[in-house]
Design a protein around this ligand. Structure first.
Ligand code: DGT
Ligand code: CA
Ligand code: ZN
Length: 579
């Protein structure tokens, strides 16, 4: 196990112990150890091998033994016993906003509540309000929380689901008898939210693979354990702490693999249209085969299925039944942008406002990713909560960037700002300050409750401002937490096209805003898009890959995205825009 995995297990132990009613100090010791592991410099396995784990502050003799076991064997009986002792529903209840392990334990001990369903019934019967330390307000908060979770349909952020799904795949890949392995479903299509994890394997011997799957260290509960299909629950970061996600594994034969891969990748709507096309060819298509009345068509790869139907290969991100099959038949599919096409990114924060890294640290991390430039865009003066820059601090920061650019090799910083769009549509800096930047990202961060007409007028004014280079996170949505503000995006995109203002694909997996549907529309209207990480730490610059996924779902090519060009070309266009 690596540091992240070990830390996640330790955090979970802390939660499980709290659910067991363990004393606070023992629980805290595990949380503290989790943080210590995350902050550890260098390799965890080397520290363990050297027997020096107890020299790390926050890790004593007991924890040393447990962590060593985890690192060397991937297992910890203590943790597995704890999981077995805890009803999985209790972890689900922890997803309710404002409900911690203590309250969950009280409800379990006193009312036998171990699922959201039972909890809802108990609240409706007014039983929860009478528990010590609860009351009518808490009971109402729980009911609101259950309604909220219901609305979200128990979905998860793409990055959270992908993180645990890749761990499962890593745990399976090396097993004997595994020939091919792929993630399917919404994960393979890179939808912005995910309901469950679908994994597909080809093998001649499914049984041992199934047995290994349900015994993976990430498994919290076994839902089903069959010959060719098994289901488990595993813990994942959710909107309100860790909770459970379902993962299905199917094992098929080598021959069936391309058909199963195609079927379980979906979307369902894409499958239906593809199947209809097969029918027009007198063929039957399902998860096992593509077959005529007499014999089946041999397909080694997924692409062969499309080829047999006279279609160009359709990338998974495009399989949403929005015209991709017609385009594939007419050989008019786009050549989708790839992560390696990005040459840099704009919209990054530093310690000058609410970021955690310095200008230089951000620049060096960008260079490590192979980026040729990075656009700095700290917050503007009125955003006090995020330590927004006054014009005076802007001048100082720009002098720092100029000095750094003289020193830095292989990467350059562009001077920008994430300038607030004030409630009336004016910008948060005067024109002179605005003119001092290489580029300006304009964003809404306050007054979300305007009417749609007011919000549209506000953003239209900013998008039409000659100093604004690009519009940041166009709707302000936070996935699974907050809907975007009401705004007429069609009008905004038309204005952006008219004024040559770019629109950002905010690649942070909590936003993915502009969404792929509007991105597709933006391209049709002639709007240039720019993929920005909205990074507040060095590790977040690489979040741009999620923005590339949105762009691919929107059929965008390299040329549709601004930050795929050389720094010289970028500089030239930014300069032209300022004249
Ligand atoms: P999700 O899990 O809601 O994030 O989205 P998906 O697309 O992963 O959906 P899921 O897990 O229910 O099913 C995985 C794939 O299986 C889906 O993308 C297409 C295929 N599939 C599921 N049910 C049906 C069906 O009734 N008909 C067809 N043609 N395909 C289906
Ligand atoms: Ca799925
Ligand atoms: Zn912002």
């Amino acid at each position: 196990m690596d540091k992240d995995q070990v830390a996640a297990v330790l955090e979970e132990i802390a939660t499980l112990l709290e659910l067991q009613g363990e004393n606070q100090f023992r629980c805290l010791a595990y949380s503290r150890a989790a943080r210590a592991i995350l902050q550890l410099e260098g390799s965890l396995s080397e520290v363990v091998a050297a027997g020096k784990l107890d020299e790390v502050p926050g890790i004593g003799a007991t924890l040393k033994d447990k962590i060593s076991l985890l690192v060397t064997t991937d297992h910890l009986p203590f943790y597995e016993e704890l999981k077995d002792k805890t009803p999985p529903g209790l972890l689900v209840m922890l997803r309710l906003p404002g409900i911690g392990p203590k309250k969950v334990k009280a409800m379990y001990d006193q009312l036998g509540i171990d699922s959201l369903d039972k909890l809802q019934t108990a609240c409706a019967a007014d039983e929860v309000a009478h528990l010590k330390g609860f009351g009518a307000r808490t009971q109402q908060k729980i009911l609101d929380g259950i309604a909220f979770l219901g609305q979200m349909g128990n979905r998860f952020r793409l990055d959270h689901a992908l993180y645990i799904a890749e761990q499962l795949v890593d745990g399976l890949r090396a097993l004997p008898g595994v020939s091919r392995i792929e993630l399917c479903g919404s994960l393979r299509r890179r939808r912005e939210t995910i309901k469950d994890i679908d994994i597909l394997i080809s093998s001649a011997k499914p049984k041992p693979i199934m047995d290994a799957f349900v015994a993976l260290p990430q498994v919290v509960q076994i839902v089903g354990h069959g010959e060719t299909k098994s289901s488990i629950m595993t813990a994942v970061d959710g909107v309100a702490g860790r909770s459970l996600i379902n993962a299905d594994l199917r094992v098929v034969s080598e021959q069936q693999f391309p058909f199963a891969l195609n079927y379980f990748t979906g979307s369902k709507e894409h499958n239906v249209t593809l199947r209809q096309r097969a029918q027009q060819y007198g063929l039957k298509l399902n998860e096992y085969e593509l077959a005529g009345p007499k014999k089946s068509v041999t397909c080694k790869e997924e692409a062969d299925i499309y080829k047999a139907l006279d279609l160009d290969y359709i990338e998974p991100e495009m399989r949403e039944n929005t015209g991709e099959i017609d385009a594939a038949a007419a050989h008019k599919l786009p050549t989708l942008i790839r992560p390696e096409d990005l040459t840099g990114a704009f919209h990054c924060h530093t310690t000058w406002s609410d970021g955690s890294a310095s200008l230089e640290e951000m620049a060096l991390s960008a260079r490590k990713l192979g980026y040729k430039y990075l656009g700095i865009a700290d917050h503007s003066q009125s955003l006090n909560v995020a330590n927004g820059l006054t014009p005076e601090r802007v001048r100082k920061q720009q002098a720092d960037i100029d000095a750094l650019n003289k020193k830095l090799k292989g990467v350059r910083l562009f001077k920008g700002t994430e300038c607030d769009i004030l409630p009336d549509g004016r910008l948060d800096f005067d024109d002179k300050t605005l003119a001092s930047f290489d580029y300006v990202v304009a964003s809404v961060h306050t007054h979300f409750n305007l009417t749609e007409a007011e919000m549209t007028a506000r953003i239209l004014k900013a998008v039409s401002h000659p100093r604004v280079t690009m519009l940041g996170h166009a709707t302000g949505r936070l996935l699974l937490r907050r809907d975007g503000y009401k705004v007429d995006l069609e009008a905004i995109l038309k204005a952006a096209a008219k004024h040559g203002t770019m629109v950002e694909i905010n690649a942070h997996p909590q936003r993915l805003d502009l969404d792929w549907i509007h991105c597709k529309r933006a391209k049709a209207l002639g709007v240039k898009l720019v993929i920005n990480p909205d990074a507040h730490a060095t590790s977040e610059i690489a979040l741009t890959t999620y923005g590339v996924s949105v762009a691919r779902r929107a059929w965008l090519e390299k040329a549709d995205v601004f930050n795929t060009q050389t720094p010289a070309k970028i500089d030239e266009q930014l300069t032209k825009r300022r004249q």
